[in-house]
Each structure stands twice: as C-alpha cells, then as structure tokens.
Write a protein that binds this ligand. Sequence first.
Ligand SMILES: *[C@@H]1O[C@H](CO)[C@@H](O)[C@H](O)[C@H]1NC(C)=O
Ligand SMILES: *[C@@H]1O[C@H](CO)[C@@H](O)[C@H](O)[C@H]1NC(C)=O
Ligand SMILES: *[C@@H]1O[C@H](CO)[C@@H](O)[C@H](O)[C@H]1NC(C)=O
Length: 167
Amino acid sequence: MKYLVIQLLFVIINAYHPIAILYRGTVCGWAETTTDQPILCNGLDPRHSCPINYTQQSFQEGVAYCYKTNSTSEPQNGLIGTICGGLARNPCGGISPAVACPPGYIQDFRHVCYKNSSKIEDLSGTFCGIVNDGTGVTCDGVQLGKCPKGYVAINYDEQKWHACTKE
Ligand SMILES: *[C@@H]1O[C@H](CO)[C@@H](O)[C@H](O)[C@H]1NC(C)=O
Ligand SMILES: *[C@@H]1O[C@H](CO)[C@@H](O)[C@H](O)[C@H]1NC(C)=O
Ligand SMILES: *[C@@H]1O[C@H](CO)[C@@H](O)[C@H](O)[C@H]1NC(C)=O
C-alpha cells in the first residue's frame, strides 16, 4: 500500500514536472577553432576537455562541442552550457535566440541560447545528436535522420547536417 502511494505520488510529481531522460548526443558547449568566446560546458572549453559522462566531438568545419556519452536511465537535466535553439534558426522554448532567450538561458552572439543553470528542465529546442558530413553521434544512437520520442529531426544545409531538437 505504502509502495503504491509512493508510486502514485511519483507519477503525479512527474506529470507536473516532466523532467525527461537525458539522451546520448545532447549537446553542451560550442567553440569554433579560433574563437575567444567559447560556450563552456560546465566550465570546460570543449576544444580542450569535457565534463565526466560527456564526450568531445569536433568537426572538420572547425567546431568542437561536448555531448552526453550515454542516455540516462533516470530523468536528468543537461549541464550548464547545454545548447538550445539557433542551429538552422530553431527557437529555444518558443523564442528566437536572435531576439532573446528563456529564463535560465543566456543569449549568445552566435544567436543560440545556452543553459545557465543545471537545475532547470531542458526546454524545447534543445539539440541532440548533431552529425556533420557523417561525423558525430545520433541522438540516443538511433538511425541517422531519425529521432527518439519527444524529439524531431532537422536536416539542413543540403543534408550535410542532421540533428534532433526537443519538441
Ligand atoms: C556508456 O555505456 C557503455 C555501454 O553500456 C559503457 O560501456 C560505458 O562505460 C558507458 N560510459 C559512461 C561514461 O558511462
Ligand atoms: C556518470 O554516469 C554514471 C552512470 O550513469 C553515474 O552513476 C554518475 O553519477 C555520473 N557522474 C557524474 C559526475 O555525473
Ligand atoms: C547566470 O546565473 C548566475 C547564478 O545564478 C547569475 O548570477 C547570472 O546573473 C546569470 N547570468 C545570466 C546572463 O543570466
């Protein structure tokens, strides 16, 4: 009985705070080869290192970032520096990053938003599984061009770039 009540409470809490699984491929930090203003992932420059449980990725086009190495089994939020909106002119939390960013996010001169707190939920527009010219990992390891539940595929620049964004 006690167990059931706890279960029910958990379901209710989750219904009101729909924190999601943090998928493999979720993007954190962003830095071009020569920039002096990198977006840090939890304080680390993705050109040099990434936080625990995140992996470094760099593209020939000269961009480096960190991505979540494995999907979590429990709901979890992305770290400070998690990227939302911007790429392919996607909004973050329904707002264009060229104009502004939602609370808890910082607007970057690149016209992307990035998280300034790991306590808040990752908003719609959060990027996962960026693949450029065949390099990179897909979101949650799904087939290229597809996305896990709750994410939509974007394919841009004549199929040179593939990514998923949170719905
Ligand atoms: C990710 O998952 C793989 C396969 O289950 C495992 O071997 C590896 O140790 C995990 N890596 C991290 C950083 O958790
Ligand atoms: C890294 O991932 C493992 C496996 O999911 C988890 O147990 C551990 O707490 C994580 N470490 C950090 C620093 O987040
Ligand atoms: C980022 O978060 C810190 C700590 O909560 C806060 O002091 C700072 O003003 C925030 N920065 C922006 C640009 O929102």
